[in-house]
Design a protein around this ligand. Structure first.
Ligand code: GLC
Ligand code: MG
Length: 539
């Protein structure tokens, strides 16, 4: 048991690996499982606790693995079943946990289930997917839109019906109202847990159930030309349906058949709807992913407001979590700039709740430049030129100044960012002031201090560009003061921190400095301050 009495997924830190881009071991230019295996020491040195792998299952790769053709297999691009089992063993030997991506909303159109379903209207698997007759004019059955552009309905000429796909037409949606689908998919979860997998990040969990009357979605008043065409309609009848919460509860019950596993849900919804996914009496997802920092404008007052709203909106006992980046969103260092990216990781690692790190963010990697002929993401191909493409945040991990940043000896599937000669693990490991050094110091401090790992959160009022709060565990306390602005600013500290010490600065140059009743923060500086009488040691 952890000294804070919390579960591993509560005090731990999650690190997301996009397997195609982490480390290639066989020179095909695509990252793989042996590659990940060879880089586990980086994760140990960084100090994270759990690794979440984006999909590694057999897939035609229309959506780079989010189109699954076999829920219990491993794609040969990534490795073998034996290599997967070896990875589980090695991850556990290092005291880490392994979380897999589970993609239940849809399958690949090449999944044997779909191939069987589309064979005829009487197929035994027909009802495993969502089929509708054409509208009277022969067009799609209703106005539902695909997240990746165009209608969400694809006509199947052989059987004269349309099937529904919330994403690509190569990703037909499963019919989760069918108990046979539930049973088959839950068995897939069991098979991975039996092999030692510690939990799942569930892809688009709020999408799983659609309206049983197939009503048209209402037109959105906020949409303007040039915006993502999907947002022309409010997805009222295609997502976040009331019945989905029962399904999440069922899924959680499957997870609970095994000890100490975690269920994380990918959910992009407003706060009050997000909270519903904890489930009545916390019988839903352990952690509905909280993406507020990903989308929020980077202003102290905005962040203060959303942090307080999130803390205040949690159900009793609901465990918070924070995410700064993922494979679908622009990188944090590009969004807020390299200097503020350091403040952002201090924020992520000092807020109350489980932090999720995206690979490369520990180096301050920025969005890569993708030339038009290098585009791989189907979203960008379907809806080009609007900045929706996700390739920039999926460029290869930068390990060293060696060719291709040490990622591959072959031709990388996406270009390595030009920044790699300076922004890489090797160079930053040798630099006491680097982003990587900052992340390691922050994580070490968080791991060692119950107040930061699991303590209470208390806001401290501040103005302008300053964001200030305390973390408290028994008699242990820390104050965190972040300057989101690009000019110096002075803050008055809560009384008990007067004459305290700066424990850690984002600039990594004044650990142990004494503070008075106030402290001056430089531009883009964040500090963690311990009270005067504290016997806490330096990280
Ligand atoms: C989720 C994934 C995204 C994928 C989509 C369809 O949002 O994070 O990468 O394209 O679902 O599976
Ligand atoms: Mg490879």
């Amino acid at each position: 048991m952890h000294k804070t009495g919390t579960a591993w997924w509560q005090h731990g830190i999650v690190y997301q690996i996009y397997p195609r881009s982490f480390q290639d071991s066989d020179g095909d230019g695509i990252g793989d499982l042996p590659g990940i295996m060879g880089r586990l020491d980086h994760l140990v040195e960084l100090g994270v606790d759990a690794v979440w792998l984006s999909p590694i299952f057999p897939s035609p790769m229309a959506d780079f693995g989010y189109d699954v053709a076999d829920f219990t297999g491993v794609d040969p691009i990534f490795g073998t079943q034996e290599q997967f089992d070896a990875l589980v063993t090695e991850v556990h030997r290092r005291g880490l946990r392994l979380i897999l991506d589970f993609v239940p909303n849809h399958t690949s159109d090449r999944h044997p289930w779909f191939e069987e379903a589309r064979r005829s209207r009487d197929s035994a698997k027909r009802d495993w997917y969502i089929w509708r007759d054409p509208a009277p004019d022969g067009g799609p059955p209703n106005n539902w839109l695909s997240n990746f552009g165009g209608s969400a309905w694809e006509y199947d000429a052989a059987t004269g019906q349309y099937y529904y796909h919330a994403f690509l037409k190569e990703q037909p949606d499963l019919n989760w109202r069918n108990p046979a689908v539930r049973a088959a998919m839950f068995d897939a979860l069991r098979s991975w847990m039996a092999r030692g997998v510690d939990g799942f990040r569930v892809d688009v969990i709020w999408h799983l159930i659609k309206d049983d009357q197939f009503r048209d979605n209402p037109v959105s008043p906020d949409w303007k030309p040039g915006m993502d065409p999907f947002h022309q309609l409010v997805p009222l009848y295609t997502a976040d349906r009331p019945e989905v919460l029962d399904l999440v509860r069922e899924m959680r019950a499957v997870i609970d058949e095994y000890d100490d596993r975690v269920l994380i849900g990918e959910i992009y919804l407003p706060l009050e709807r997000l909270m519903a996914y904890y489930g009545a009496d916390l019988t839903g997802a352990h952690m509905p992913f909280n993406f507020q920092l990903i989308d929020a404008p980077w202003h102290a007052r905005t962040l203060e407001g959303l942090i307080n709203e999130y803390e205040g909106g949690l159900p009793p006992g609901g465990w918070p979590n924070w995410v700064l980046g993922n494979h679908d969103k622009p990188r944090i260092a590009s969004r807020v700039g390299p200097a503020q990216a350091r403040v952002a990781v201090m924020l992520l690692l000092t807020l109350r709740g489980t932090p999720t790190f995206y690979y490369g963010d520990e180096l301050g990697m920025e969005n890569g430049l993708i030339r038009p002929d290098q585009v791989r993401d189907p979203f960008e191909k379907n809806v080009p030129g609007r900045g929706l493409g996700r390739d920039p945040q999926r460029t290869p991990m930068q390990w060293s100044a060696a060719p291709n940043a040490g990622f591959t000896t072959g031709q990388p599937w996406l270009p390595v960012s030009d920044s790699f000669s300076e922004v890489n693990v090797e160079a930053q490991s040798g630099d006491r002031r680097s982003m990587l050094s900052l992340c390691r110091a922050l994580i070490a401090l968080r791991r060692g201090e119950p107040a930061l790992a699991a303590g209470a959160f208390e806001p401290v009022s501040a103005e302008g560009d300053l964001l200030v709060y305390q973390r408290i565990w028994g008699t242990d306390r820390f104050a965190v003061a972040l300057n989101l602005g690009s000019t110096a600013a002075r803050i008055a500290l809560p009384e008990r921190f007067a004459d305290g010490r700066i424990h850690l600065s984002t600039h990594l140059d004044r650990s142990d400095a004494l503070v008075g009743a106030t402290v001056e923060l430089r531009a883009d500086e964040g500090v963690i301050i311990a009270p005067a009488k504290s016997a806490q040691v330096k990280p």
